[in-house]
Design a protein around this ligand. Structure first.
Ligand code: ATP
Ligand code: MG
Length: 405
């Protein structure tokens, strides 16, 4: 089976930062290592504190290096946040009755890219939606076809220059070269959606800590993407305020007892919570649901409005695939099914090998997707082999330092 290069991905999330190392083997991505660290420098998917973000990146990368024996010096990094915008564009070139070549396709894409983008925004992706040759639309691969005029319809994804630069700066300060920046919902879709789902119509909804990312696929291509600045942390914060708990305990209570919809469990069930980190208190489990249900409904309502805007509710025959840690809240999938009127499933990375049991979690959909993206786009592989040289050098320096004392 075809063995690809070893690649690395860095998911800089609002609640956790994880570094993954993988090797593509045919259609499968073998995950060699996963290093994770709590994220402390992001708000709503954007870097707000460079120093603490750099520290977390270093911790996550070190973990992954140790576990894989691979030195990570270049990464494919994910980006999200409310600053992400996408719009459609189109470009056309003449082909004078010849066969369309790869160069012609590139020229048409360049022409589609030549749109006004404000100075404070940067183009992250130009995603072909379809090609049109002499009025015939719906062409996915025009190379080899003939005609007079080739048109490309694309989705252009842009992000704020400062958000992109801050992310790159964090990676560089952590000693990493950023080889590509990938929109996070795109990465999550790569690892969890099947080709059938993308062809027939499906919406990926990644519910993270600070943001909820949406990607709508139809006819095999991404037709819309957006980022909502609400995520699982809002649910935790509501619980912390409603029950007067420290955020850490609210997080524990949410994961253990949280339910998005009333009436799922035993309605008389009582649970124990820690108030102010010392006193235990017994409360009905239904109190927790009463506090978090409105926030969950609000989130699904915002998703519904986004889907309405682009007609996805009518066109997504395969419904919704939920990823991200927030999708694990008990009953949220059922609530989404009822409110959106579409089938809903929780997605985990597919076609993975290696430490499969660890990454088979909706929370790692983005990280695994970054590896798949890196392998597909021929991103330069990470260096391995130097790691042991570096460890030796570090040991020599340490011995020298020790002798000098
Ligand atoms: N079992 C669970 N039940 C409920 N919520 C959960 C569970 N596990 C994780 N979460 C929530 O998932 C969220 C974190 O998800 P994830 O790791 O996907 O976010 P992130 O990638 O760090 O953030 P973002 O993508 O928004 O920048 C947190 O709000 C956490 O409380
Ligand atoms: Mg995330």
């Amino acid at each position: 089976m075809d063995q690809g290069p070893i690649v690395a991905g860095l998911d800089v999330g609002t609640t956790k930062i994880c570094a993954l190392v993988g090797e593509s083997v045919g259609d499968r991505m073998d995950i060699l290592a996963l290093g994770a660290a709590p994220s402390r420098g992001l708000r709503k998917g954007m870097v707000v504190n460079i120093e603490t973000t750099v520290e977390s990146i270093i911790d996550a990368v070190k973990d992954a290096e140790k576990a894989s024996g691979v030195e990570i010096n270049s990464v494919c990094v994910g980006i999200a946040g409310g600053h992400i915008k996408s719009f459609e564009s189109y470009g056309a070139v003449g082909i004078r009755g010849r066969e369309v070549s790869k160069d012609d396709v590139d020229r048409a894409l360049e022409a589609a890219k030549a749109v006004y983008v404000p100075l404070d925004r940067e183009v992250l992706h130009v995603i072909p939606v379809e090609y049109v040759i002499d009025g015939q639309d719906g062409i996915m691969n025009p190379v080899g076809m003939s005609g007079v005029r080739l048109e490309a319809r694309v989705q252009i994804v842009t992000g704020s220059v400062s958000a992109v630069q801050n992310l790159i700066r964090c990676c560089e300060k952590a000693g990493l070269q950023v080889v590509d920046i990938v929109l996070e919902p795109l990465a999550s879709a790569l690892s969890t959606l099947t080709d059938d789902e993308k062809a027939e119509g499906v919406v990926l909804v990644d519910i993270g800590g600070g943001t909820t990312d949406i990607a709508f696929y139809k006819s095999g291509v991404l037709t819309h993407t957006s980022v909502i600045a609400v995520g699982g942390n809002h649910v935790t914060n509501d619980l912390a305020i409603g029950l007067r708990l420290p955020v850490q305990e609210a997080e524990r209570v949410k994961k253990l007892y949280g339910m998005a919809v009333a009436g799922l469990g035993n309605k008389d069930e009582q649970v124990r919570i820690m108030v102010a980190g010392r006193d235990e208190k017994t409360i009905p489990r239904s109190y927790i649901t009463e506090i978090i249900q409105p926030r969950c409904e609000e989130l699904i309502e915002i998703v519904k409005n986004e889907l309405k805007k682009v007609g996805a509710q009518d066109e997504a025959s395969y419904g919704i695939v939920l990823t991200g840690g927030g999708s694990q809240l008990s009953g949220l999938d059922r609530m989404a099914e009822v409110m959106l009127g579409l089938p809903v499933r929780v997605g985990t990375p597919v076609n993975v090998g290696g430490i499969k049991n660890i990454v088979s979690d909706p929370m790692y959909a983005t990280g695994v997707g970054l590896l798949i993206y890196a392998a597909q786009t021929e991103v330069p592989p990470v260096n391995y082999g130097d790691l042991f040289g570096n460890i030796l050098k570090k040991m020599k320096d340490w011995v020298r330092g020790f002798l000098r004392r």
